[in-house]
Design a protein around this ligand. Structure first.
Ligand code: PMP
Length: 369
């Protein structure tokens, strides 16, 4: 099947093989006579789906044994509240604000933490840079420090997670990795908790992934809803309440697809990372070489996943998008808060899709140069 290339920031493209498998199992999962959406979450069929998904994700992301994997609901924005409800201990929390998402996160945390310290911000550069960790103003005894490790709207990405210990802080690092989870490896030695919605790189909307170090469990504020208390969720293997069964199943199929991917000697996330580097380079090089397109993000902060770009002649925006749609290049319109264009090139986007975009961009530029 020849499908268009879908550059949506999320919900985003899912590998066709995954969709085909889900479709073929829709009415009858493995001879059970039931579709996955119709199964009890406590039955042996769904439990096997859940356990396989959990184990595959642990392998894929090399999650150490002292971290729990939680499958929750509510998305990244709910986690902006759930994290401080669980981790703030009503004390001080540090934030590094590097774009729209971390901005939202710090605002929400103010409802639960007694103090929110903005340790650093890149607002002065219009969020086109990332402040160097050595310049962060860390508070003493902070309950945690939050960063958005890939800012989906602004198109910045931390290519190395900060080493808070080396900066003299004992605070656990919290990362919002919604928009680059499984696109690259994670250095868990630097992380206390990672969260992300599934709808960009893992599967359908409705599933939220939380990976949390065990020693951070059990400190929720009394007001924390039981269904959002990480310890309760962990103690019940994500089944305190009914988990998002369909999302876990489709994410599980995506994990298996990821495990099958190969680039030379590499497999899984390492193979994806190699591919993602090549895809991003292709697109950034095309943008930088052109007279028409521009990406404003500092070279060392450019995201491999979300690439916003602008036409220097903005009167051509609609024509650009219409021509793209005609060629099967979908959902390239930029986020409403920044305008312009944005190409989200998550794991499910093949190099050929980025090549098709680059070819179209060149042609569009030359047509009226
Ligand atoms: N964080 C990041 C980095 C995001 O990209 C998004 C969604 N685009 C969110 C949080 C919010 O996620 P949700 O809509 O699932 O709550």
């Amino acid at each position: 099947m020849n499908r268009p290339y879908n550059f949506s920031a999320g919900p985003a493209a899912i590998p066709a093989e995954v969709l085909q498998q889900a479709a073929s199992e829709m009415l009858d999962w493995h001879g059970s006579g039931m579709g996955v959406m119709e199964m009890s979450h406590r039955g042996k069929e769904f439990l096997s789906i859940y356990q396989q998904a959990e184990a595959d994700l642990r392998t894929l992301l090399a999650v150490p044994a002292n971290f729990k994997i939680l499958f929750m609901q509510g998305g990244g924005l709910a986690e902006n509240a759930i994290v401080p409800l669980n981790l703030s201990r009503a004390g001080t929390v540090d934030f590094v604000v590097t774009g729209s998402w971390s901005q939202k996160s710090q605002k929400e945390a103010r409802k639960y933490a007694s103090e929110v310290n903005i340790a650093a911000s890149s607002q002065d550069s219009d969020f086109t840079t990332l402040p160097a960790p050595a310049t962060w103003n860390l508070s003493r005894g902070a309950s945690y420090l939050h960063i958005c490790s890939n800012e989906t709207i602004n198109g910045t990405e931390f290519h190395e997670l900060p080493d808070l210990k080396a900066l003299g802080s004992d605070a656990p690092l919290v990362i919002d990795f919604s928009s680059h989870v499984a696109s690259r490896s994670v250095d868990w030695s630097r992380v206390g908790l990672a969260f992300g919605g599934a709808q960009k790189n893992l599967g359908p909307a409705g599933l939220t992934l939380v990976v949390v170090r065990e020693d951070l469990l059990g400190h929720a504020l009394p007001a924390c809803p039981s269904a959002f208390d990480y310890k309760t969720v962990a103690d019940n293997e994500s089944m305190y309440n009914t988990p998002p069964t369909w999302g876990i199943y489709v994410a599980g199929l995506t994990f298996q697809w990821l495990l099958r991917q190969r680039e030379g000697e590499l497999s899984g996330v390492a193979a994806m990372e190699q591919r993602n580097i090549a895809k991003a380079e292709l697109l950034y090089n095309a943008i930088d070489a052109s007279q028409l397109y521009v990406n404003k993000v500092a070279a060392n902060a450019r995201s491999r996943m979300n690439i916003p770009f602008f036409l220097r002649d903005e009167s051509r925006n609609e024509a650009f998008l219409a021509g793209a749609r005609e060629r099967g290049l979908l959902q390239l319109k930029g986020h409403k808060s920044v305008g312009g264009m944005r190409a989200s090139i998550y794991n499910a986007m093949p190099l050929a899709g980025v090549q098709a975009l680059v070819d179209y961009m060149r042609e569009f530029e030359q047509k009226r140069a």
